[in-house]
Design a protein around this ligand. Sequence first.
Ligand code: PRX
Length: 642
Amino acid sequence: MSDTVYPAPAGTDDSIDATRADAAWQRAASDPEGYWREEAQRLDWITPFTQVKDTSFDEADFRIRWFADGELNVSANCVDRHLATRGDQTAIVWEGDEPGETKTLTYRELHRDMCRFANVLKTLGVKKGDRVTLYLPMIAEAAAAMLACTRIGAIHSIVFGGFSPDSLANRIQDCDSTVVICADEGCRGGKRIPLKANVDKALAHCPGVEHVLVIRRTGGDVSMTEGRDIWLHDALEGVADECAPEPMNAEDPLFILYTSGSTGKPKGVLHTTGGYLLWVTKTFKEVFDYREGELFWCTADIGWVTGHSYVVYGPLANGATTVMFDGVPSYPDHGRLWETVDRLGVNILYTAPTAIRALMREGDDWVKKYRRTSLRLLGSVGEPINPEAWNWYYRVVGDERCPIVDTWWQTETGGILISPLPYAIDLKPGSATKPLPGVQPQIVDAEGKVLDGATEGNLCLTDSWPGQMRTVWGDHDRFFQTYFSTYPGKYFTGDGCRRDADGYYWITGRVDDVINVSGHRMGTAEVESALVSHVKVAEAAVVGMPHEVKGQGIYAFVTLNAGVEPTDELRTELRQWVRNEIGPIASPDALQFAPGLPKTRSGKIMRRILRKIAENDTGSLGDTSTLADPSVVDTLVAERIG
Ligand code: PRX
């Protein structure tokens, strides 16, 4: 099935066809300076840059700088510059948790809301370079808050509303935010999420936070701490409608977004102003072939990078109309996405394989009940899409009419790097196809030897692109060590990848200790440290396992303290514990009590063996003779869950 090829359909006169795509690729490779100088004209610069690319991945002169002497403002690019031509065009369509609970905001209204929000931040003492943490549902105010930060040069750090108070506290502390913006509560699938109450718990550990700005979403009861907490609607009283955009250097920080890695606590990925904005502006326009007047719907939450780049910044910088969805695909029923597509007239839908698989399981009738004739293009992001899900998306959702862009990228890359340009390349279900212009992937083996032609190995990028992250907040050395030390001179993505004889790339998944659960990244080390923080747990090892809907599930092996009885109640308690410590997405799908873990004589846990057990691939455990006690493996295999 994966060998099926779907020829690229014809686009419009403005679409990038195969000839144009090829020319762009050649130009970007042979004349990067000239190519990027021209591309950067997509943005409005306050002070034009004279330098274009100044990058090196080598340790001796490691640096990543783009357009380094230019000045611009992100909010001005996303809003102000559209006012003259499309002030009355809808910028944001907000769709609430309940179907039809809809609100629209024109560019002019967004401009006013953003400026007023920025003025409120100023009155709270927020200045250029200060960090502001956002812990919000998918409400239009969230976009206004992001833009307001960029207006005055504050750095936003958005924490996904599904994270626990502890996770929130860690992220606030790591970047020393002085202001937190939250809502009273969120609504998801008919349930309330106590956002403000979570902030209150988190702030018990964050003495540096001076103010909490609270947005009324549900009207639910919350407690307000005098002198610290302010309702947004009160703060907005009497505030001016105008706020001049702060000129920012292209390399000034734009936002921090925490993401999980293979070791330690989540890292604050830092993106900067010029390069990031250019990358999302260009990729939004080209990958989705966005056309004037179209309605674009990316279902991601702004708590993840996809929400940053393709709900807010990419669409708005292009003057597009973007949907912000505050609900879930399964509420009130499994037809929600298609009902919403019809009601709003959505032209481009960008969602995750996990959602596609979950809906596919519910049967075609939920989809077919709706017309979906407005759809022109479908997108996928976040994890490998299996050909079966791809075909269902193509056949049932898109009626074999809409090309699918399977877009590979990462929090670190800022925007899409490997993806079809839908009117330029033939599609193969399950392949992200080929790199975009300016993107230079390379596949290497474990030792770093470059593998040519049709091959499989580890995916690296040999040169910089403007949207690349610039550092790990507060730990530049960790940035270098994590991404550039494994294969010197290259950026290592952490992904495995196959390239076929046609030069198509097939991402096979993470090759490090990161699990991709429903398209969300989770570090095994984080889940392990949550488990061992429980008084009854002596040791824990966490690995990924195949999961029909989530892509990967979390499989935990837990060794209890001596004398503690392994019971089903304790298993439930431990899963709940992880939920509370990190958030629901980290809760183990399977939790096996392990009297002992397979360790080498030097005490290192052999995860390779645990992975095989979790995958139920116990026929190929490999050599276990180097283990300190090979018999533990037999016990683990015998007691495997599932
Ligand atoms: O393993 C890859 C997978 O998601 C990882 C990045 O996760 P995150 O930083 O949370 O960003 C997700 C949204 C961009 C990658 O290292 N991934 C993302 N997109 C794809 C993918 N794997 C296969 N195909 C994709 N289209």
